[in-house]
Structure formats: structure tokens, C-alpha cells
Design a protein around this ligand. Sequence first.
Ligand code: GLN
Length: 490
Amino acid sequence: MKLTDLTIAQAKNLLSKREISAVELTRAYIDNMEKYKGLNAFITETPEIALSQARVADENIAHDKARFLEGIPMAIKDLFCTKGVRTTASSKMLENFIPEYESTVSEKLLNAGITMLGKTSLDEFAMGSTNLTSYFGEVKNPYKRNGEDLVPGGSSGGSASAVASGQAMAATGSDTGGSIRQPSSFCGLVGIKPTYGRASRYGIVAFASSLDVPGVIARTVEDNALLLNVISGQDDKDPTTAPRAVPDFTKVLGESIKGLKIGIPTEYKSDKLNPEVQKLWDERAKELESLGAEVVEVSLPLTKFSLPVYYIIAPAEASSNLARYDGVKYGYRTKSPFHSLDEMYELTRTEGFGAEVKKRLLIGSTILTEEFYERSYLKALKTRRLICNDFDEVFKKVDVILTPSTTGAAFSKNDSLSPLDVYLNDIYTVGASLAGLPAISIPVGYDKNGLPLGLQVIGKRFDEETIFKFAHHIEAISKFDNTPSKVMGE
Ligand code: GLN
């Protein structure tokens, strides 16, 4: 078996038995990074760092001091600050930004022994679902449609493309409205966005603070559980993290779902949904039923408002968060001559931000003006509360909600999609984001072009265990083969 085809669980086992070394494992990934450069998954590659960490890992293993993820080669989304390693958020604004500190999530992973291969691309400031908006160029999906290049999804598209093509065993992601789940679905991977407050946002470049959630993308449910074990927990540096004990998420894998209830939201059945996804959704629900779960129709009546609410709240928060990029303290400053402070701000921001970010900042700052605040922003906040209430009502009756992750498979930038069509992509993911609920995407099958399709399991707040339980069964039923060498046609 190729080293880059191993899952984390398999590699952990082989490393601990000393059947493979961390250095050879990390080298195998570095070779693939070279080989698949064309996908443009990485913004910054750090092979020297990875190899020196791998040497430490081998030492630790030799002395029986292996840490939990000792020697596991991972990529970090370039939204997570990494001390001494450039962190760009895919923006010209932060093209040369080298953080003085480490994000809590990457720090926890490094302390657990990973080797860091590099920083993966994303949509600029995590705004998007295509990875076409990175200042460092578009990222490609390892899967093609009759030879045509496709988007990997976004914003964590670099992470998904890297993992699917065997350029990293797993990667971090962040999810504000779907940025872990949608690219996972487009690239045939498993990705979890835990409950808001489960993992720390400290050191992650902010997009919309009430929605941003760090999480992970990997090939299997078990690998997701292993990683979530490491990145979760309360953090003094992020007051929105919850004082909740972190269970061992792998413990529930394989447990029965007998007697548990699955909700299927009526409002998610839409004519926008690809019938192939609908079919897989129906089939998996039936199969879970045959394992002893009960499937019930539920209603989330405000579903139609979730996209508009998201696209008011997220830009409003972004316009406030991104006000800090003014050319004064750090980041890009205009090279053009200026005659006043205001002019410096204006030139810096005009030159430093890309089109999608500017669009959102304009929307966000308009929404927050006196004229629009009450009738748009405040209304959106109130509607968000009602959307949360809808979910809470449903979760009085069911243990999980099963939905598609996206309306269909990955698309091409040449498909004639309006900006609205692209925003529509988030229809199944933004609900859980607005309500702060944990949700996972699992690959369940293919469309007629051989492209991966995913289903989403949404759980109760802080009940990632139950979604892992279901996800594990769905994975076992689906038998989706995301072995990187196979995906890459090696
Ligand atoms: N696609 C959504 C957006 O563009 C979600 C992005 C995200 O989750 N970071 O806002």
C-alpha cells in the first residue's frame, strides 16, 4: 500500500509498531505535493519544518514517548495563524504577514505531534464556495468532469484538494456557512464542523465571529473523530469556547443506532436538488432504518430565510472584522502616493482586497448604517433566533437531522452560474451555522459523471458523538473509496 493512501488511524498503528517511520511518511507526502502542484492546493509549503518535526516524531516513537498524532502529516488552512510561517488568508492584504503567535487549533495539533506540510489555499478571507477568489490563484478539484477542471468548493478548497489528492493526510478547515462541509462533499471527503464553542477560534483570521467554527477535513469518520479529540476544548484565549468536557469521540464508532430518530426536513426537498442526491438521501435513510433507527419527517419552516439571514449577518460582521486592515498596523499598505490618512486607507483597501471581499464589505457596511440597521441587520438577528428555535423544536423529537450537503456535485467555473446560484450552494449548510449546531459531511456516492456527492448529519449542540455514530454507519453502508492514488488515477 502507498504511504499516502493510509488513513490517520492506519498510520498511527504502523508508526507505533515502527513498521514505517515518520520521516518516510512525511517524505511521501512532500513528493506528492511536488507531483500535484498543478492543483494549487498550497499557498506556502513548509517541507523543511515537516521533516524536522518528523525526525522529532521518530525520536519520540523510538523512546516510547509518542504523542497522540505523532508523525501524522497534515496541512493547515491558511486562515490559521502559524507562528513564524506566513499566513495570508489568501489575500494580497496579508501577502507578507508572518504571525507572532500560533492559533490554538494548530498549536494543539502541533503539540499532539503532527508534521506540518504547509498552508492551504482558500477563498479570500474565507468568503466563497469555489476557491476561485484566492489572490494566489484558483485551486482545482482532483476530480474532473469529462476532462474539465472543477472547483474544489470553498472556502477550505485547498485543504480538501490536498487531502483528496494525497498531499496531506488531513487538514484543518474553518466553516462559517459551509466551508468545511461543502468542499468535503465536492472532493469525496469527510469534514466536520463541530458545535460553535467546541473548538477555539483564537488565532484564526476572523470572517464572521458569531458563525466561524474551526474543524477538520480527512478521509474517514474515524480520522475526523481522532482529530476532533485533539482540537476541542475550552480556551482562555477565546471566551466563546464552552466549558464542556471533551469525550473520546472514537468511542461511539460502531455503536448501534437502534431506537434513535432521524429527522428529514420537508423544506429541504427542493426542485433545486439534483435527483441523484435525492435518491442517495432516500436510500441512506432507508438503510439506516433497517439498522433500527426511526425516520421521521420534520419541519424547519424558516428554511427559506436562512440564506438571506446568513448573507446579511456574515457580511455585517465581516465589515466590522475587516476594518482592521487599514494599512497602519500590519498587512498591506498602498505604494501609491497619498495626501491624507483617509486617502491612505482608501488606496490600501482598494488595492489590498479582491472583488468578492469588497462586495461583501460594501453590503456589510451598508447594512450597518442607520438607515438599514433596523430593517435588515436587526431583523436578520431576530430571524436567526427563530431559525434556532425551529431546530430546537425539531431536536425535541429527533436525535439527528439527515440532509444533503450540497444541491449537487462540484461545478466548473465555466458553468453559467450567477452569483446567486453560487450563494444557493450554501442552502443546506447555513442553517446549522446560524444555529451553532455540529454537522458533518460524508461522501455517499457519485453522480452520473463520477463526481462525489455528500450527505450531512446535523446534531444537537455539543452532541458530536451522536453524529459520529450515524456518520460511521453511513460511511460503512456507502463504501465510498477515496483512496488518493485511485482518485489521481495512479
Ligand atoms: N460559502 C459561504 C460564504 O461564501 C460560506 C463560507 C464559509 O463558510 N467560510 O460565505
